[in-house]
Design a protein around this ligand. Sequence first.
Ligand SMILES: *[C@@H]1O[C@H](CO)[C@@H](O)[C@H](O)[C@H]1NC(C)=O
Ligand SMILES: *[C@@H]1O[C@H](CO)[C@@H](O)[C@H](O)[C@H]1NC(C)=O
Ligand SMILES: *[C@@H]1O[C@H](CO)[C@@H](O)[C@H](O)[C@H]1NC(C)=O
Ligand SMILES: *[C@@H]1O[C@H](CO)[C@@H](O)[C@H](O)[C@H]1NC(C)=O
Ligand SMILES: *[C@@H]1O[C@H](CO)[C@@H](O)[C@H](O)[C@H]1NC(C)=O
Ligand SMILES: *[C@@H]1O[C@H](CO)[C@@H](O)[C@H](O)[C@H]1NC(C)=O
Ligand SMILES: *[C@@H]1O[C@H](CO)[C@@H](O)[C@H](O)[C@H]1NC(C)=O
Ligand SMILES: *[C@@H]1O[C@H](CO)[C@@H](O)[C@H](O)[C@H]1NC(C)=O
Ligand SMILES: *[C@@H]1O[C@H](CO)[C@@H](O)[C@H](O)[C@H]1NC(C)=O
Ligand SMILES: *[C@@H]1O[C@H](CO)[C@@H](O)[C@H](O)[C@H]1NC(C)=O
Ligand SMILES: *[C@@H]1O[C@H](CO)[C@@H](O)[C@H](O)[C@H]1NC(C)=O
Ligand SMILES: *[C@@H]1O[C@H](CO)[C@@H](O)[C@H](O)[C@H]1NC(C)=O
Length: 850
Amino acid sequence: MKAIIVIQSLLYCLVASQNPIPDSFRIPINPGAGNWSAAYAKARQFVCKLSLTEKINFTTSTGAGSTTGYDIGIIPRLGFQGFARTDGPVGVRGTDYNNAFPAGLNVASTWDRGLMYMQGHAIGSEQKAKGFNMGLAPVVSPMGRSPTGGRNFEGYSPDPYLSAAAFSLSVAGMQDAGIIAVGKHFLLYEQERFRYPGNDYGVPHPDNVTMPYSANCDDQTLHELYLLPWYDAIRSGLAGVMCSYNQLNNSQACQNTKLLNDILKGELGFPGLVLSDYGSQYSGVLSALSGLDQATPGDALHYSADPEPGVSYWGSNLTTAVLNGSVPEWRLDDMVTRVMAAYYFLGQDHNYPELNAGGGFQTYGYMYPAAMLDYTQINYHVDVRDHHEQIIRKVGADSIVLLKNVNGTLPLNPRRIRQIGIIGQDAGPSPQGPNGCPDRACDSGTLAMGWGSGTANFPYLVDPLSAIQARALQDRTVVQYVLNDSASDVIAQVAEQASVCLVFANADSGESYVSVAGVYGDRNNLTLWRNGDRLIREVAANCSNTVVIIHATGPVVMEEWIDHANITAVLFAGLPGQESGNSLVDVLYGDVNPSGKLPWTIAKNESDYGTPIIPYPSGPTPQVNFTEGLFIDYRHFDRDEITPRFEFGFGMSYTFFQYSNLVISRISNSSYSAAPVPTKTLNGSTCSSTKLNPSDYTFPATISSVTQWIYPYVAANATISTPGVPTVTDSITAIQPSMPPGGDARLYDILYTVSVDVTNNGTVAGQEVAQLYLDLGNDEPPRQLRGFNKMMFQPGETLTLTFDLKRRDLSIWNVVSQSWVEVTSLGTDIGVYVGSSSRDLRLEGKIPAK
Ligand SMILES: *[C@@H]1O[C@H](CO)[C@@H](O)[C@H](O)[C@H]1NC(C)=O
Ligand SMILES: *[C@@H]1O[C@H](CO)[C@@H](O)[C@H](O)[C@H]1NC(C)=O
Ligand SMILES: *[C@@H]1O[C@H](CO)[C@@H](O)[C@H](O)[C@H]1NC(C)=O
Ligand SMILES: *[C@@H]1O[C@H](CO)[C@@H](O)[C@H](O)[C@H]1NC(C)=O
Ligand SMILES: *[C@@H]1O[C@H](CO)[C@@H](O)[C@H](O)[C@H]1NC(C)=O
Ligand SMILES: *[C@@H]1O[C@H](CO)[C@@H](O)[C@H](O)[C@H]1NC(C)=O
Ligand SMILES: *[C@@H]1O[C@H](CO)[C@@H](O)[C@H](O)[C@H]1NC(C)=O
Ligand SMILES: *[C@@H]1O[C@H](CO)[C@@H](O)[C@H](O)[C@H]1NC(C)=O
Ligand SMILES: *[C@@H]1O[C@H](CO)[C@@H](O)[C@H](O)[C@H]1NC(C)=O
Ligand SMILES: *[C@@H]1O[C@H](CO)[C@@H](O)[C@H](O)[C@H]1NC(C)=O
Ligand SMILES: *[C@@H]1O[C@H](CO)[C@@H](O)[C@H](O)[C@H]1NC(C)=O
Ligand SMILES: *[C@@H]1O[C@H](CO)[C@@H](O)[C@H](O)[C@H]1NC(C)=O
């Protein structure tokens, strides 16, 4: 205990010295307007029925190892059983009879709004059917500032417009299914390394890092790049936000009043709850005043290298803080109102399923594992899969990006192919089976999921070898394969005999609490694993018709072989989930015409990206300076005229598309005064007039304390400095934010539409993703994605595709006025470009300055 207190005060000193505690807090109390009004009315009524300790129970989970059941908001007096949460972005984590979906990377690669929504809906309904109230997904940060970022694949794209679409539609899908979506991670969580002080859950780093890294980003970049997806998701109803492990400007994300109070709850009008990541809470009073609403998992896990379970900044400490006046009770009411508003907003008060999936595959276990109490049935093995495998297969196939296809190698023509050679460990099953490595922390067999908390157990995994073989046998094609990457002799032999060689290689990464083969979360480089480049060259040396298939968590450098004359086709398949092989066969044989487009750039050299992760700390608090501003990924390549290997938005089809007839129409000239509306100061009153005596907050005799459990009660003999009615100091003010969810509604007014005609001039049907880019002048990137439209075209068919341009699409963030400003009002003509990728722009036009 003593040691912990010492460390804690040390941390406090560091925080204080680098980023003095703000002397004033303006805490937004959401008015609960618009489609949140019914939920807010019910939540307020509910909160006013609660006692102090009952309220605290909604703010603090019961501890990391305490229970396999509900662990927050348990109120026996009202028969309220509480909340349960589950990861994550590819389905329900750590149980069975669920599906394992494609990664966010693949969702983004489809550029298909319908699929973005459908996958979100399918995941949300599985999480709900297991009885969870909150799904810790989707992921939009990391966005992929650094191509080696270990968790980039969980999110979507370094482009904020594409990310915003995928994120907000995933949120809408999940929440339409009834679960509270918890978008994560807020914010600037762009690297794994140094996210924890000292040891990262046992993964040592040699340097003495005492605080998580600080991501330092200017205000304009924050708004235009990293915050943009949150605007749209909050407007779509996002009910939960998870604050991240890193600091921003040397202030911890979960206690950063500018980020959480001013920006998230103020400017963006976020009405829902903010919960911490597992161990990302670094203070009690400060995090409460700065905007954190719920502590997950309740314990302060980062306290030391050996986390002390059951020790909490909140729980009884928050009760004390309310009693001694450090945290106003109206702020506590606000926390609980936000939690319960989310619950009512999602309609969880009616017919919500009981939690039926405890810990892992086991049927029986301890309900209270840390205390080893109550051995009972914890998993009812409810099959929640429905028919979601169809969505999984479609997202898998529609996300495959065709990067090279010489002389119509693909689709494979069974009549011309007598023998297929399949080469590479990545083509086949893992000897340990698909779930053999905990949290997928190994690279064995075909790669269909990255590692970490963003995982789900596979109900099965269709590997490429079995799917291709099953298909080939229908055509009486001979199939040979070698799954041992180093069996050079037999690889050469199989390659020589085959009419087409399919060679598989991969690159893996994940979350930094586990490491695999010397990769501590973030990738060390953009090279294929297990000498994939050598394997590909070996096959190509012996096979004049070599097709390369890559499974990877992000871009890989392909320079060693991409121009090889014998490499006739290349497919990038990302992390496709359980239907991997089937999705691939759909594309290889042309049942699905490939339509995926890269959600990032594939460079010729890793250094071309210019925004690496910080691999070595610059001091006890590593500083990650986002000095590149808006210029990440293609924006940087475009400005600095660096030729990529494959540009952002690139992806081939088995057919061809022609573009013509660009028309720009003005839809609205609604006026817009950018001046922010002043916020209202509230009196911060609380519904319960607190008149407490110790029996209202001391440990009740009726409860016997469970090991490692976090309670709201204060010890009977505790000294509380100013017990009684909380006093609210002048520096803590309640305000009513002026913005609706998602910010000023006028930002979403459609000012222009752009339409183009697209023709399929080939001989097969296919989908095209037409992309619209703007040049906004004013030192902005030369081209920024501001529209995309995916449609299916029959051969010869012409369709008119339309893009809506919202006010925000034509605006930049002005740091002085703290508002969005249309660039046309600054005298700038906007360049409009439409085409098939960020560098294949077929048509252009102009929106004139005002
Ligand atoms: C708070 O939650 C615990 C379970 O974590 C429960 O035992 C206790 O009764 C709750 N307290 C109140 C005041 O409802
Ligand atoms: C880290 O701390 C240890 C023990 O205090 C010390 O021996 C070591 O030199 C330090 N390493 C660095 C890189 O500063
Ligand atoms: C971080 O610091 C930069 C530079 O001073 C400033 O523009 C930005 O608003 C700050 N952001 C936050 C979240 O504090
Ligand atoms: C809430 O209202 C906004 C603005 O009218 C709308 O765009 C959004 O779809 C609504 N969200 C939900 C979940 O109903
Ligand atoms: C309250 O917080 C202090 C650190 O500020 C910690 O030492 C103590 O263990 C916490 N109390 C509980 C019950 O977790
Ligand atoms: C009130 O209690 C909290 C939690 O134990 C503590 O951190 C804070 O310093 C206390 N404030 C005062 C004024 O005693
Ligand atoms: C592709 O076709 C052209 C023209 O028929 C031929 O010259 C070339 O060798 C072919 N390339 C490959 C890799 O088969
Ligand atoms: C890339 O990183 C791996 C470890 O992940 C290492 O084995 C390999 O040597 C590195 N390759 C290059 C070219 O640096
Ligand atoms: C291409 O493959 C053929 C075998 O089909 C081989 O003879 C030739 O050397 C290969 N070309 C290259 C550049 O490796
Ligand atoms: C980051 O920026 C700060 C402030 O400009 C500077 O002092 C520091 O040296 C920079 N750190 C790195 C690692 O570039
Ligand atoms: C179809 O359009 C593409 C792209 O404009 C062009 O390269 C190709 O020559 C056209 N093909 C035919 C048959 O017109
Ligand atoms: C309060 O009581 C507990 C157990 O009865 C005891 O261990 C602790 O020292 C007491 N604390 C104070 C401040 O008296």
